[in-house]
Design a protein around this ligand. Structure first.
Ligand SMILES: Cc1cc2nc3c(=O)[nH]c(=O)nc-3n(C[C@H](O)[C@H](O)[C@H](O)COP(=O)(O)OP(=O)(O)OC[C@H]3O[C@@H](n4cnc5c(N)ncnc54)[C@H](O)[C@@H]3O)c2cc1C
Length: 400
């Protein structure tokens, strides 16, 4: 151990939750260190759709304009089709909020823009290629972490450690926080295709019999396509062969036939995502709080992971600032974090329950279940309070 560093807040994880919290705290004069295990933010297939509520957050922080210069796709509508027949449509123009669109943008661009903004504050520091490998505990309180950069270990002493280290959170395990994990009957396989000419700008679900595709226009001119396979069935899918996989997709969307043949030629063109939801039973201990996927992993339905992670950061920062201003040098106790935890658990539960209901509808297997799906989605489409529910999902409770 070569070094001991003091920072008021040490955040493990430089994803959307961690870097946004870092910026918000730095703006309030808090000394903050973000440790990110990876050397760069370059990562594929992660959180590219940012819901309207989080776009509003980025706009409030003055970041939307520079992101626009980089380029993004506006997401203004969600639609569901059974073949060419419309089952459901939610047009974001009907939101009562000022922010009437989400965006599709590579996540590294968003993270870098938040970090550039935060780096203007001398009290903000980020260490890339640095993992948090241990919690430092004293008398039942978390008082810091051990960081590892290359082969060097060093100690950070903090009033609060934030576990923003994602769906497989190590900090959650180190803090011995138990998690309720739910698995689903299906895993998700993602791939990208060039966007066909005149393709719709809507985020789309296409269902056909007991199968469906999620089709998302992705910056700059691609489609991100997801399809489901039985849970744990990736090996079997591979054994059946890439042609069978392409056939399965083109049976749902015949317009993809040629594109699939040209662009999905090996298993390297696919990314497998095992779907589970996780909900940490408690999000905090004295001196530690979990946020984002570390506290609650969501399913991919309606792409809410980044949204909820960013909302966590926005909701948490006033609690931290308030405690540090009134109790300088003192560990942030669990009791100061519980109001945040309670409030956010309510929001996350609402989103997870909604996702679970949708997943059940989408996962229709028998002919009867697909008929029920059709009826339910058409009924949902006609509901007068449809946009209220969509709005609550997209903007979060705070922004209603
Ligand atoms: C394939 C895929 C597609 C997705 N698409 C969407 C989408 O379109 N829209 C959407 O809203 N959500 C999407 N999600 C979910 C979304 O990516 C997450 O919900 C969101 O990124 C959570 O943010 P986070 O900051 O909590 O965690 P993460 O983004 O996972 O960030 C955690 C960070 O912590 C770092 N880390 C881990 N361990 C340590 C450690 N010990 N020390 C230091 N750093 C550590 C990791 O390297 C990582 O950078 C997708 C997820 C996947 C896997």
């Amino acid at each position: 151990m070569t070094q001991k560093v003091n920072k008021q807040v040490c955040i493990a994880g430089g994803g959307p939750a961690g870097v946004l919290l870092g910026l918000l705290l730095a703006k309030q004069g808090v000394g903050v260190l973000v440790m990110e295990r990876r050397e760069t933010f370059k990562r594929e297939f992660r959180g590219e759709t940012i819901a309207a509520g989080s776009v509003a957050i980025l706009d409030e922080l003055g970041l939307l304009q520079s992101l626009k210069q980089n380029g993004f796709i506006k997401v203004k509508c969600i639609e569901m089709y059974e073949r060419e027949k419309l089952l459901f449509r939610a047009d974001f123009e009907s939101f009562k909020h000022k922010q009437k669109f989400g965006i599709d943008i590579p996540q590294p661009v968003v993270l870098q823009s938040i970090i550039d903004e935060a780096s203007q504050y001398p009290n903000f520091e980020i260490m890339m290629g640095t993992a948090c490998v241990e919690l430092v505990e004293q008398n039942g309180e978390i008082v810091g972490v051990i960081g590892k950069q290359g082969n060097e270990l060093f100690e950070v002493r903090s009033e609060l450690v934030v576990g923003a280290d994602g769906r497989h959170s190590q900090l959650r395990k180190m803090a011995d926080i138990k998690t309720k994990v739910k698995t689903f009957d299906r895993d998700l396989v993602w791939f990208k295709l060039p966007k066909p000419k005149n393709w719709s700008q809507s985020n789309m679900i296409k269902v056909h019999k007991n199968k469906h595709l999620i089709i998302l226009p992705t910056f700059p001119d691609m489609l991100r396509v997801g399809t489901y396979i039985p849970r744990g069935g990736y090996r079997e899918t591979r054994q059946q062969g890439i042609k069978e996989f392409r056939d399965m997709v083109t049976e749902i969307e015949p317009a993809f036939k040629e594109l699939m043949e040209q662009h999905i030629t090996s298993w390297k063109d696919l990314t497998m995502l095992d779907i589970f939801t996780a909900f940490a039973r408690q999000w905090s201990r004295n001196g530690l709080i979990l946020i984002g996927d570390a506290a609650h992993t969501l399913s991919p339905v309606l792409g809410q992971g980044v949204n909820i992670a960013m909302q966590d950061a926005v909701e948490l920062s006033p609690f931290i600032v308030n405690h540090l201003q009134n109790n300088p040098g003192k560990t942030v106790p669990r009791e100061a974090l519980i109001p945040f935890e309670k409030k956010r658990k309510k929001t996350v539960k609402f989103v997870q329950d909604f996702q679970e209901r949708q997943e059940k509808i989408l996962a229709a297997k028998s002919q009867m279940e697909t008929l029920v799906r059709r009826v339910k989605m058409r009924a949902l489409h006609r509901l007068p309070w449809k946009m209220k529910v969509m709005s609550k999902l997209q903007h979060g409770i705070k922004y209603n």
